[in-house]
Design a protein around this ligand. Structure first.
Ligand code: ZN
Length: 204
């Protein structure tokens, strides 16, 4: 009973954030949005919810990180190389750009990943300096949204949890390639200690 009440309050209460918190926007790139090479259904619907958090973190001067897939043309995850995906987010092409309308401030730290042709990297921590940068900024909790729920959001959130960070995932600021897989990923993250919240919580 107590557990249930606690869980519900996580949605109802305003999300208080401050020193030690960072916003991590995962792979909100054109190729992952409708019309892109590897479109996530409803991917464009996360931009408004993410902007609420971007505005809040901007206003409070808190750290903002944005990860991006930054693949070479012949990346191993592409079908032509025997991988599972169509070619997407090739470095410096229009499809690799961040979504239009996403209010990333210019001071955001951009973390490029999966730029080694022979390795894929779903987690923002994989092969990057994200962990070092977060520690340097004194970050203890990550607030995460982006694409897609069951791949790069899941992997980044798990990567944060195993490194000892607290994690909050903005439920309405993530979308899955497969809705069932997305639900399972959120359940798994909650089970492992992530807090699920909604963007209304960012309202002033
Ligand atoms: Zn990729």
């Amino acid at each position: 009973m107590i557990q249930r009440a606690k869980h519900q309050s996580a949605y109802a209460e305003r999300f208080a954030c401050g020193r030690g918190d960072a916003l991590v926007v995962v792979d909100v790139q054109k190729d992952f949005l409708p019309g892109g090479a590897l479109a996530v259904p409803g991917g464009e619907e996360i931009i408004d919810p993410l902007n609420r958090f971007l505005d809040k973190f901007s206003r409070l001067g808190l750290p903002i990180f944005a990860t991006r897939d930054w693949h070479p043309r012949s990346h191993c995850s592409f079908r032509e190389k025997g991988g599972p995906w169509p070619a997407h987010c090739v470095a410096a092409t229009p499809g690799a750009r961040f979504a239009e309308g996403l209010r990333l401030p210019s001071r955001s730290v951009v973390v490029s990943k999966a730029s080694d042709p022979s390795r894929d990297a779903c987690s923002g921590f994989d092969g990057t300096d994200l962990d070092a940068r977060l520690r340097k900024a004194g970050v203890r909790r990550l607030v995460i949204g982006g694409l897609s729920t069951e791949y790069c959001v899941r992997a980044t959130a798990l990567g944060a949890l195993v490194r000892g960070y607290s994690v909050s995932v903005i439920e309405d600021a993530v979308r899955a390639l497969d809705p069932g897989g997305g639900r399972r990923a959120l359940d798994e993250l909650a089970e492992k200690g992530a807090v699920l919240l909604r963007s209304e919580a960012a309202a002033v």
